[in-house]
Design a binder for this molecule. Structure first.
Ligand SMILES: Nc1ncnc2c1ncn2[C@@H]1O[C@H](COP(=O)(O)OP(=O)(O)OP(=O)(O)O)[C@@H](O)[C@H]1O
Length: 347
C-alpha cells in the first residue's frame, strides 16, 4: 500500500496560493529570524556597493519556516529577477539548462529541496556556481566533444530540510549557510496579526496569541490556522477573530492547547501505546502510522524534538514525560538501577 506523504505543514496547492499572497516582499517585513535577516541585509548592501552578484546562499531548516520567503525577498531587495525550480524537477543536466540560459546579470536562481537533486546534476552545476560556466557534451562515443558556455553572473539560492544529505562539495560552494529556527510565540502572534490585516480580518491581540501558541513554532502553520479560524469566524460569528472564536475554531480542527494536531498525537500514541515509549526506529513508526518516514523526520519530529516530547537515542525515538502528559497518560515508573539494593538477594 502506498504511504501517504502529506501532513502538518507541507503545502498543498491551495496553501501555496495563500502562502504567496501573505509572503513578505522585503527584508524589513520579515518577522523574526533577526540575525539571519541582518546578515542578509549586509550581503545585499555589499553586493550593490561592489556591483557584484550576491554570493550563493543555502537555507536549511524544517518546512514552513521561511526558506522560500527569504529566497523571494532577496531578488526584490536586489531589484533583480527570480527563477524557481526544485531538486526533484531536475532529473538530468538538460533540465537545468533553460534556467541557466535565461539568467540575467545578478539574477537569482532558487532551487528548493536541493538535496533531492541527482549527483549528475549537482556535478553539472559546480562550474556554473564557481566560474559562471557550464560544460556541455555534444554527440556520443568517439565523436563526442565538450563545449564550454559562459553564463551571466548569478546567485544560486538553495533550500533544504536535510542539509546533512547535501554532498560536502555542494555545501562548500555556498558562500552563506543560514539555518532557520522555530519562531517564538510573540513572533508568530505578530505574523498572525499582520496577515489577518492583509486578509482584511479583524483579530484581537489575545486571539493572535492563541493562534501563535497553537502553531508549532511555524509561520506556515500559523497561516493555515489563521485561514481556518477566519472561515470559522465568518461562518459561525460576525467575522471578528476573538480569543474565544480562535479557541473554538482550533478545538474543532482537533488542534490541542499545545498546538499538536492529529498526526502529532498519532505519532506519540503509536510510540507510547505500541512501542512502550521506545526506543524505536523511525521506519517502524512510519510503517505503523502509514506515513512516509521522510514526513516523520522532516515534518513531525523536528517540533516534537525541539519541544522535548521525544528524544533521539542511538536505538531510536523515545517518548519523554511531556509526551505522556500531552496524551493524559502517566509516564512509566523509572526502572530500578542494577546496583539498587531493593529486592536484592543479599538483603
Ligand atoms: N519570517 C517571516 N515573516 C513573516 N511571514 C513569514 C515568515 N516566514 C514565513 N512566513 C510565512 O509563512 C509562509 C510559508 O513560508 P515559506 O514558504 O517561506 O516556508 P519554507 O521554509 O520555504 O517552507 P518549504 O521549505 O516547505 O517550502 C510564507 O508564505 C509567509 O506567509
Amino acid at each position: 500500500m502506498a504511504r501517504e506523504k502529506v501532513i502538518t505543514s507541507g503545502p498543498g496547492d491551495e496553501q501555496k496560493k495563500h502562502d504567496a499572497a501573505l509572503r513578505p516582499k522585503l527584508l524589513k517585513e520579515v518577522i523574526g529570524q533577526r540575525k539571519v535577516a541582518e546578515r542578509l541585509e549586509i550581503a545585499v548592501r555589499a553586493s550593490k556597493k561592489l556591483n557584484e552578484p550576491l554570493g550563493h546562499i543555502l537555507f536549511d531548516g524544517p518546512p514552513g519556516l521561511g526558506k522560500t520567503t527569504f529566497a523571494t525577498v532577496l531578488p526584490n531587495e536586489l531589484g533583480t529577477s527570480l527563477q524557481m525550480t526544485s531538486g526533484p524537477a531536475l532529473a538530468k543536466p538538460a533540465d537545468l539548462l533553460p534556467f541557466l540560459t535565461n539568467l540575467e546579470e545578478g539574477s537569482v536562481l532558487f532551487i528548493d529541496e536541493i538535496h533531492r537533486m541527482p549527483r549528475v546534476v549537482e556535478e553539472f552545476i559546480y562550474p556554473a556556481m564557481e566560474d559562471f560556466r557550464i560544460d556541455i557534451v555534444l554527440g556520443e562515443g568517439m565523436s563526442a566533444r565538450t563545449i564550454s558556455m559562459t553564463l551571466k553572473r548569478f546567485t544560486l539560492i538553495g533550500a533544504t530540510t536535510r542539509s546533512g544529505m547535501l554532498s560536502g562539495p555542494m555545501r562548500d560552494r555556498f558562500k552563506m549557510h543560514e539555518h532557520l529556527e522555530f519562531y517564538s510565540v510573540d513572533e508568530l502572534a505578530t505574523i498572525a496579526t499582520v496577515n489577518a490585516a492583509k486578509l482584511n480580518t479583524p483579530i484581537t491581540s489575545q486571539a493572535s496569541l492563541e493562534l501563535a501558541r497553537r502553531s508549532r513554532g511555524t509561520p506556515r502553520v500559523a497561516n493555515s490556522r489563521l485561514h481556518w479560524t477566519r472561515s470559522f469566524a465568518a461562518a459561525q460569528h460576525d467575522g471578528t477573530i476573538t480569543e474565544e472564536v480562535a479557541r473554538a475554531a482550533l478545538d474543532m480542527a482537533e488542534v490541542d492547547r499545545d498546538g499538536l494536531d492529529k498526526n502529532d498525537r498519532k505519532y506519540l500514541e503509536t510510540l507510547i501505546d505500541l512501542y512502550g515509549g521506545g526506543p524505536t526506529g523511525v521506519e517502524a513508526l512510519a510503517a505503523t502510522i502509514n506515513l512516509a518516514s521522510d514526513t516523520l523526520s522532516d515534518e513531525i519530529e523536528p517540533y516534537l524534538l525541539r519541544e522535548q516530547y521525544i528524544t533521539r537515542s542511538p536505538r531510536g525515538r523515545v517518548a519523554m514525560p511531556r509526551a505522556y502528559s500531552a496524551l493524559g497518560k502517566l509516564p512509566p515508573a523509572p526502572k530500578p538501577k542494577p546496583d539498587d539494593k531493593q529486592g536484592s538477594l543479599f538483603e
